[in-house]
Design a protein around this ligand. Structure first.
Ligand code: SF4
Length: 400
Protein backbone atom coordinates (compact mmCIF):
# COMPACT_ATOMS: atom_id res chain seq x y z
CA UNK A 1 0.00 0.00 0.00
CA UNK A 2 1.28 3.41 -0.91
CA UNK A 3 0.27 6.89 0.17
CA UNK A 4 -2.58 8.68 -1.60
CA UNK A 5 -1.23 10.99 -4.25
CA UNK A 6 -2.65 13.19 -7.01
CA UNK A 7 -0.76 13.84 -10.22
CA UNK A 8 -1.70 16.25 -12.96
CA UNK A 9 0.23 17.88 -15.78
CA UNK A 10 -0.22 20.56 -18.40
CA UNK A 11 1.51 21.08 -21.71
CA UNK A 12 3.36 24.40 -21.80
CA UNK A 13 1.21 26.67 -23.92
CA UNK A 14 2.45 30.04 -22.64
CA UNK A 15 -0.05 32.37 -21.00
CA UNK A 16 -3.09 30.51 -19.73
CA UNK A 17 -6.62 31.79 -20.22
CA UNK A 18 -9.74 31.82 -18.09
CA UNK A 19 -10.82 28.50 -19.64
CA UNK A 20 -7.74 26.89 -18.06
CA UNK A 21 -8.54 28.59 -14.78
CA UNK A 22 -12.13 27.35 -14.61
CA UNK A 23 -11.39 23.95 -16.18
CA UNK A 24 -8.18 22.93 -14.39
CA UNK A 25 -6.51 25.38 -12.03
CA UNK A 26 -9.46 25.97 -9.70
CA UNK A 27 -9.59 22.22 -9.28
CA UNK A 28 -5.84 22.00 -8.54
CA UNK A 29 -6.18 24.71 -5.89
CA UNK A 30 -8.93 22.66 -4.22
CA UNK A 31 -7.06 19.36 -4.55
CA UNK A 32 -3.87 20.70 -2.97
CA UNK A 33 -5.83 21.12 0.27
CA UNK A 34 -7.20 17.57 0.13
CA UNK A 35 -4.29 15.38 -1.00
CA UNK A 36 -0.53 15.42 -1.50
CA UNK A 37 -0.32 16.74 -5.06
CA UNK A 38 2.25 16.83 -7.83
CA UNK A 39 1.67 19.25 -10.70
CA UNK A 40 4.04 19.22 -13.64
CA UNK A 41 4.87 20.99 -16.87
CA UNK A 42 4.57 18.32 -19.55
CA UNK A 43 7.27 19.71 -21.83
CA UNK A 44 8.13 16.35 -23.42
CA UNK A 45 4.47 15.94 -24.25
CA UNK A 46 4.58 19.23 -26.12
CA UNK A 47 7.26 17.68 -28.32
CA UNK A 48 5.00 14.82 -29.40
CA UNK A 49 3.14 17.22 -31.66
CA UNK A 50 5.55 20.16 -31.73
CA UNK A 51 8.78 18.26 -32.44
CA UNK A 52 9.52 20.45 -35.44
CA UNK A 53 9.12 23.71 -33.56
CA UNK A 54 10.46 23.37 -30.02
CA UNK A 55 11.86 26.89 -29.63
CA UNK A 56 9.17 28.42 -27.45
CA UNK A 57 8.77 25.54 -25.00
CA UNK A 58 11.07 26.82 -22.26
CA UNK A 59 9.62 30.34 -22.15
CA UNK A 60 6.10 28.99 -22.35
CA UNK A 61 6.86 26.74 -19.40
CA UNK A 62 8.00 29.62 -17.18
CA UNK A 63 5.01 31.74 -18.22
CA UNK A 64 2.68 28.89 -17.44
CA UNK A 65 4.15 28.28 -13.98
CA UNK A 66 3.65 31.97 -13.14
CA UNK A 67 0.00 31.53 -14.11
CA UNK A 68 -0.30 28.49 -11.85
CA UNK A 69 1.09 30.50 -8.96
CA UNK A 70 -1.14 33.43 -9.86
CA UNK A 71 -4.18 31.16 -9.74
CA UNK A 72 -3.32 30.11 -6.21
CA UNK A 73 -1.40 26.87 -6.73
CA UNK A 74 0.82 26.85 -3.68
CA UNK A 75 4.35 25.37 -3.76
CA UNK A 76 4.15 24.93 0.01
CA UNK A 77 1.27 22.50 -0.46
CA UNK A 78 2.02 20.88 -3.82
CA UNK A 79 5.14 19.81 -5.66
CA UNK A 80 5.57 21.79 -8.91
CA UNK A 81 8.11 20.46 -11.38
CA UNK A 82 9.10 20.11 -15.01
CA UNK A 83 8.85 16.68 -16.62
CA UNK A 84 12.14 16.81 -18.56
CA UNK A 85 14.02 17.72 -15.39
CA UNK A 86 13.16 14.32 -13.91
CA UNK A 87 14.77 12.02 -16.50
CA UNK A 88 13.48 8.95 -14.63
CA UNK A 89 10.20 9.49 -16.54
CA UNK A 90 12.10 8.61 -19.73
CA UNK A 91 13.67 5.53 -18.19
CA UNK A 92 10.33 4.18 -17.02
CA UNK A 93 8.82 5.01 -20.40
CA UNK A 94 11.55 2.96 -22.09
CA UNK A 95 11.23 0.00 -19.71
CA UNK A 96 7.44 -0.04 -20.04
CA UNK A 97 7.78 0.06 -23.81
CA UNK A 98 9.42 -3.38 -23.67
CA UNK A 99 6.22 -4.97 -22.38
CA UNK A 100 3.56 -2.79 -24.02
CA UNK A 101 1.69 -4.53 -26.83
CA UNK A 102 1.59 -2.29 -29.89
CA UNK A 103 -2.14 -2.95 -30.29
CA UNK A 104 -2.83 -1.32 -26.91
CA UNK A 105 -1.32 1.93 -28.16
CA UNK A 106 -3.08 1.85 -31.50
CA UNK A 107 -6.41 1.29 -29.75
CA UNK A 108 -6.23 4.42 -27.54
CA UNK A 109 -9.19 6.39 -28.98
CA UNK A 110 -7.45 9.80 -29.00
CA UNK A 111 -4.65 8.46 -31.24
CA UNK A 112 -6.69 8.41 -34.43
CA UNK A 113 -8.82 11.42 -33.42
CA UNK A 114 -5.81 13.65 -32.87
CA UNK A 115 -4.09 12.46 -36.01
CA UNK A 116 -7.18 13.44 -37.99
CA UNK A 117 -7.54 16.78 -36.18
CA UNK A 118 -3.93 17.76 -36.80
CA UNK A 119 -3.90 16.49 -40.34
CA UNK A 120 -1.48 19.18 -41.54
CA UNK A 121 1.22 17.67 -39.33
CA UNK A 122 3.06 14.41 -39.90
CA UNK A 123 2.24 12.49 -36.75
CA UNK A 124 3.26 9.06 -37.94
CA UNK A 125 6.05 9.14 -35.35
CA UNK A 126 6.83 6.79 -32.51
CA UNK A 127 6.68 9.75 -30.06
CA UNK A 128 3.07 10.42 -30.97
CA UNK A 129 2.02 6.79 -30.88
CA UNK A 130 3.86 6.34 -27.57
CA UNK A 131 2.42 9.46 -25.99
CA UNK A 132 -0.10 7.56 -23.80
CA UNK A 133 2.78 5.37 -22.67
CA UNK A 134 4.81 8.41 -21.62
CA UNK A 135 1.71 9.68 -19.86
CA UNK A 136 1.46 6.34 -18.04
CA UNK A 137 5.11 6.56 -17.01
CA UNK A 138 4.41 10.07 -15.64
CA UNK A 139 1.65 8.67 -13.45
CA UNK A 140 3.15 5.33 -12.47
CA UNK A 141 6.54 6.73 -11.51
CA UNK A 142 4.90 8.62 -8.63
CA UNK A 143 2.59 5.75 -7.71
CA UNK A 144 -0.16 8.33 -8.05
CA UNK A 145 -3.49 6.71 -7.31
CA UNK A 146 -5.58 9.71 -8.35
CA UNK A 147 -5.43 11.51 -11.66
CA UNK A 148 -7.89 14.34 -12.31
CA UNK A 149 -9.20 13.98 -15.86
CA UNK A 150 -12.19 14.79 -18.00
CA UNK A 151 -14.39 12.05 -19.46
CA UNK A 152 -12.39 11.95 -22.71
CA UNK A 153 -9.16 11.09 -20.89
CA UNK A 154 -10.56 8.10 -18.99
CA UNK A 155 -9.29 5.59 -21.61
CA UNK A 156 -5.75 6.88 -20.94
CA UNK A 157 -6.10 6.13 -17.25
CA UNK A 158 -7.51 2.71 -18.04
CA UNK A 159 -4.47 2.14 -20.26
CA UNK A 160 -2.18 3.04 -17.33
CA UNK A 161 -4.06 0.67 -15.05
CA UNK A 162 -3.65 -2.18 -17.52
CA UNK A 163 0.04 -1.44 -17.81
CA UNK A 164 0.53 -1.41 -14.04
CA UNK A 165 -1.35 -4.70 -13.78
CA UNK A 166 0.71 -6.26 -16.54
CA UNK A 167 3.95 -5.03 -15.00
CA UNK A 168 3.06 -6.31 -11.52
CA UNK A 169 1.99 -9.62 -12.98
CA UNK A 170 5.22 -10.03 -14.97
CA UNK A 171 7.70 -8.74 -12.43
CA UNK A 172 5.94 -8.70 -9.07
CA UNK A 173 6.78 -12.29 -8.25
CA UNK A 174 10.18 -12.21 -6.64
CA UNK A 175 12.02 -15.50 -6.22
CA UNK A 176 10.79 -17.34 -3.12
CA UNK A 177 7.84 -14.94 -2.83
CA UNK A 178 5.58 -17.32 -0.89
CA UNK A 179 8.30 -18.14 1.68
CA UNK A 180 9.10 -14.47 2.17
CA UNK A 181 5.40 -13.65 2.52
CA UNK A 182 4.94 -16.40 5.15
CA UNK A 183 7.95 -15.00 6.99
CA UNK A 184 6.33 -11.54 6.87
CA UNK A 185 3.05 -12.98 8.22
CA UNK A 186 4.96 -14.28 11.27
CA UNK A 187 6.20 -10.77 11.96
CA UNK A 188 2.60 -9.69 12.59
CA UNK A 189 2.54 -11.59 15.89
CA UNK A 190 0.47 -14.73 16.46
CA UNK A 191 -2.94 -13.10 16.99
CA UNK A 192 -2.73 -10.77 14.03
CA UNK A 193 -1.13 -13.46 11.86
CA UNK A 194 -4.10 -15.77 12.53
CA UNK A 195 -6.56 -13.00 11.70
CA UNK A 196 -4.63 -12.11 8.51
CA UNK A 197 -4.73 -15.77 7.38
CA UNK A 198 -8.51 -15.95 8.01
CA UNK A 199 -9.06 -12.81 5.96
CA UNK A 200 -6.78 -14.05 3.19
CA UNK A 201 -8.74 -17.29 2.96
CA UNK A 202 -12.06 -15.40 3.05
CA UNK A 203 -10.96 -13.38 0.05
CA UNK A 204 -9.21 -16.06 -1.94
CA UNK A 205 -11.68 -18.88 -1.31
CA UNK A 206 -14.98 -17.03 -0.93
CA UNK A 207 -14.14 -13.85 -2.85
CA UNK A 208 -15.16 -11.63 0.07
CA UNK A 209 -14.15 -8.13 -1.00
CA UNK A 210 -14.67 -6.74 2.51
CA UNK A 211 -12.02 -9.14 3.80
CA UNK A 212 -9.37 -7.28 1.79
CA UNK A 213 -10.31 -3.96 3.34
CA UNK A 214 -10.27 -5.48 6.84
CA UNK A 215 -6.86 -7.03 6.16
CA UNK A 216 -5.48 -3.70 4.94
CA UNK A 217 -6.82 -2.04 8.09
CA UNK A 218 -5.11 -4.74 10.14
CA UNK A 219 -1.79 -4.11 8.38
CA UNK A 220 -2.20 -0.37 9.01
CA UNK A 221 -2.20 -1.10 12.73
CA UNK A 222 1.29 -2.61 12.55
CA UNK A 223 3.70 0.30 12.63
CA UNK A 224 7.02 -1.53 12.73
CA UNK A 225 6.45 -3.47 9.49
CA UNK A 226 8.96 -2.64 6.76
CA UNK A 227 7.71 -1.16 3.51
CA UNK A 228 8.83 -4.27 1.57
CA UNK A 229 7.05 -6.68 3.95
CA UNK A 230 3.90 -4.60 3.81
CA UNK A 231 3.93 -4.82 0.01
CA UNK A 232 4.53 -8.58 0.15
CA UNK A 233 1.62 -9.03 2.54
CA UNK A 234 -0.69 -6.99 0.30
CA UNK A 235 0.33 -9.06 -2.72
CA UNK A 236 0.03 -12.36 -0.80
CA UNK A 237 -3.43 -11.34 0.36
CA UNK A 238 -4.72 -10.80 -3.16
CA UNK A 239 -2.66 -13.53 -4.78
CA UNK A 240 -0.97 -11.07 -7.12
CA UNK A 241 2.59 -10.97 -5.89
CA UNK A 242 4.23 -7.72 -4.96
CA UNK A 243 2.60 -4.50 -6.08
CA UNK A 244 5.41 -2.47 -7.59
CA UNK A 245 3.39 -0.04 -9.66
CA UNK A 246 0.13 1.34 -8.36
CA UNK A 247 -2.99 1.22 -10.53
CA UNK A 248 -4.21 4.81 -10.81
CA UNK A 249 -7.84 5.84 -10.72
CA UNK A 250 -9.45 8.67 -12.65
CA UNK A 251 -10.62 11.53 -10.48
CA UNK A 252 -13.40 12.69 -12.79
CA UNK A 253 -13.60 16.43 -13.19
CA UNK A 254 -16.48 18.21 -14.84
CA UNK A 255 -15.68 19.57 -18.27
CA UNK A 256 -15.26 23.32 -18.14
CA UNK A 257 -18.16 25.20 -19.62
CA UNK A 258 -16.16 28.39 -19.80
CA UNK A 259 -17.31 30.10 -22.99
CA UNK A 260 -15.02 32.21 -25.10
CA UNK A 261 -15.73 35.65 -26.52
CA UNK A 262 -17.69 34.16 -29.43
CA UNK A 263 -19.77 31.67 -27.44
CA UNK A 264 -17.66 28.65 -28.46
CA UNK A 265 -15.52 26.93 -25.81
CA UNK A 266 -12.67 29.24 -24.80
CA UNK A 267 -9.59 28.06 -26.69
CA UNK A 268 -6.42 29.60 -28.06
CA UNK A 269 -7.08 27.97 -31.42
CA UNK A 270 -10.42 29.80 -31.75
CA UNK A 271 -8.81 33.16 -30.87
CA UNK A 272 -11.59 33.85 -28.35
CA UNK A 273 -9.67 33.97 -25.08
CA UNK A 274 -9.06 36.27 -22.16
CA UNK A 275 -5.78 35.44 -20.46
CA UNK A 276 -5.47 35.05 -16.72
CA UNK A 277 -3.55 38.26 -16.23
CA UNK A 278 -4.77 40.27 -19.20
CA UNK A 279 -4.83 43.98 -18.40
CA UNK A 280 -8.10 45.64 -17.50
CA UNK A 281 -8.25 47.90 -20.58
CA UNK A 282 -7.88 44.96 -22.94
CA UNK A 283 -10.49 42.87 -21.08
CA UNK A 284 -12.95 45.79 -21.18
CA UNK A 285 -12.27 46.42 -24.86
CA UNK A 286 -12.75 42.75 -25.81
CA UNK A 287 -15.96 42.42 -23.83
CA UNK A 288 -17.44 45.62 -25.21
CA UNK A 289 -16.80 44.36 -28.73
CA UNK A 290 -18.28 40.93 -28.08
CA UNK A 291 -21.07 39.87 -30.45
CA UNK A 292 -24.56 39.74 -28.98
CA UNK A 293 -27.94 38.37 -30.10
CA UNK A 294 -27.88 39.10 -33.86
CA UNK A 295 -31.60 39.98 -33.70
CA UNK A 296 -30.84 43.04 -31.52
CA UNK A 297 -29.81 45.40 -34.25
CA UNK A 298 -31.15 48.57 -32.63
CA UNK A 299 -31.25 49.41 -28.93
CA UNK A 300 -35.05 49.23 -29.08
CA UNK A 301 -35.13 45.67 -30.50
CA UNK A 302 -35.89 43.03 -27.87
CA UNK A 303 -33.40 40.17 -27.71
CA UNK A 304 -33.10 36.61 -26.45
CA UNK A 305 -30.23 35.78 -24.05
CA UNK A 306 -30.29 32.16 -25.28
CA UNK A 307 -28.88 33.42 -28.60
CA UNK A 308 -26.24 35.64 -27.01
CA UNK A 309 -22.70 34.61 -25.96
CA UNK A 310 -22.67 37.35 -23.30
CA UNK A 311 -25.44 35.48 -21.49
CA UNK A 312 -23.16 32.43 -21.22
CA UNK A 313 -20.64 34.57 -19.40
CA UNK A 314 -23.38 35.87 -17.09
CA UNK A 315 -23.98 32.26 -16.15
CA UNK A 316 -20.38 32.05 -14.94
CA UNK A 317 -19.98 35.48 -13.36
CA UNK A 318 -23.38 36.80 -12.30
CA UNK A 319 -25.60 35.99 -9.36
CA UNK A 320 -29.27 35.10 -9.65
CA UNK A 321 -30.61 38.63 -9.33
CA UNK A 322 -28.26 39.95 -12.00
CA UNK A 323 -29.23 37.06 -14.30
CA UNK A 324 -32.93 37.86 -13.74
CA UNK A 325 -32.17 41.53 -14.60
CA UNK A 326 -30.50 40.40 -17.86
CA UNK A 327 -33.36 38.10 -18.82
CA UNK A 328 -36.05 40.72 -18.23
CA UNK A 329 -34.06 43.66 -19.60
CA UNK A 330 -32.97 41.88 -22.77
CA UNK A 331 -36.38 40.49 -23.67
CA UNK A 332 -38.11 43.84 -23.09
CA UNK A 333 -35.30 45.93 -24.60
CA UNK A 334 -35.18 47.62 -21.19
CA UNK A 335 -31.39 47.48 -21.11
CA UNK A 336 -28.76 48.04 -23.75
CA UNK A 337 -26.07 45.51 -24.58
CA UNK A 338 -23.21 47.63 -23.20
CA UNK A 339 -25.11 48.04 -19.96
CA UNK A 340 -25.68 44.28 -19.89
CA UNK A 341 -21.99 43.54 -20.41
CA UNK A 342 -20.77 45.71 -17.52
CA UNK A 343 -21.44 43.17 -14.69
CA UNK A 344 -19.50 40.54 -16.69
CA UNK A 345 -16.58 42.95 -17.16
CA UNK A 346 -16.66 43.70 -13.43
CA UNK A 347 -16.84 39.99 -12.56
CA UNK A 348 -13.84 39.08 -14.72
CA UNK A 349 -11.76 41.98 -13.39
CA UNK A 350 -12.66 40.99 -9.83
CA UNK A 351 -11.57 37.43 -10.50
CA UNK A 352 -8.30 38.54 -12.08
CA UNK A 353 -7.29 41.11 -9.44
CA UNK A 354 -5.83 38.63 -6.90
CA UNK A 355 -4.14 36.71 -9.72
CA UNK A 356 -2.31 39.81 -10.93
CA UNK A 357 -1.30 40.56 -7.38
CA UNK A 358 0.01 37.04 -6.74
CA UNK A 359 1.94 37.04 -10.03
CA UNK A 360 3.68 40.39 -9.47
CA UNK A 361 6.52 39.22 -7.17
CA UNK A 362 7.38 36.49 -9.69
CA UNK A 363 7.41 38.94 -12.56
CA UNK A 364 9.59 41.32 -10.54
CA UNK A 365 12.02 38.56 -9.65
CA UNK A 366 11.97 35.56 -12.04
CA UNK A 367 14.55 33.86 -9.83
CA UNK A 368 11.75 33.06 -7.38
CA UNK A 369 9.99 30.87 -9.96
CA UNK A 370 13.28 29.14 -10.85
CA UNK A 371 13.78 28.34 -7.16
CA UNK A 372 10.28 26.96 -6.69
CA UNK A 373 10.73 24.69 -9.70
CA UNK A 374 14.25 23.62 -8.67
CA UNK A 375 12.88 22.59 -5.29
CA UNK A 376 9.93 20.77 -6.90
CA UNK A 377 12.21 19.01 -9.41
CA UNK A 378 14.35 17.72 -6.59
CA UNK A 379 11.36 16.48 -4.54
CA UNK A 380 9.86 14.80 -7.62
CA UNK A 381 13.20 13.19 -8.49
CA UNK A 382 13.42 11.77 -5.00
CA UNK A 383 10.01 10.08 -5.34
CA UNK A 384 10.73 8.93 -8.90
CA UNK A 385 14.04 7.37 -7.85
CA UNK A 386 12.32 5.35 -5.13
CA UNK A 387 10.01 3.79 -7.71
CA UNK A 388 12.80 3.24 -10.24
CA UNK A 389 14.89 1.43 -7.65
CA UNK A 390 12.02 -1.07 -7.17
CA UNK A 391 11.34 -1.27 -10.92
CA UNK A 392 14.98 -2.02 -11.79
CA UNK A 393 15.19 -4.58 -9.04
CA UNK A 394 11.98 -6.28 -10.17
CA UNK A 395 13.20 -6.39 -13.79
CA UNK A 396 16.56 -7.87 -12.80
CA UNK A 397 18.48 -4.68 -13.63
CA UNK A 398 19.92 -4.04 -10.20
CA UNK A 399 23.73 -3.92 -10.59
CA UNK A 400 24.47 -2.94 -7.00
S1 SF4 B 1 -28.96 42.58 -23.60
FE1 SF4 B 1 -27.36 41.22 -22.92
S2 SF4 B 1 -28.13 39.16 -23.25
FE2 SF4 B 1 -29.37 40.56 -24.49
S3 SF4 B 1 -28.41 40.57 -26.48
FE3 SF4 B 1 -27.57 42.30 -25.33
S4 SF4 B 1 -25.72 41.50 -24.37
FE4 SF4 B 1 -26.92 39.76 -25.04
Amino acid sequence: MYAERVLSGMRPTGSLHLGHYHGVLKNWVRLQDEYPCLFFVADWHALTTQYDDPQGIVNSSWEMVIDWLAAGVDPARAILFIQSQVPEHAELHLLLSMMTPLGWLERVPTYKDQQEKLENKDLSTYGFLGYPLLQSADILIYRADKVPVGEDQVPHIEFSRELARRFNHLYGREAGFADRAIEAVRKLGSKRARRYEELRRAYQQQGEQAAIERAHALLDEVHDLSHVDRERLCGYLEGTGKMILVEPAALLTEASRMPGLDGQKMSKSYGNTITLREDAASVTHKLRRMPTDPARIRRTDPGDPARCPVWQLHQVYSDESCQAWVQAGCRSAGIGCLECKQPVIDGILREQAPMRERAQPFLDDPKLVREIIADGNSKARHLARETMRDVRQAMGLDYH
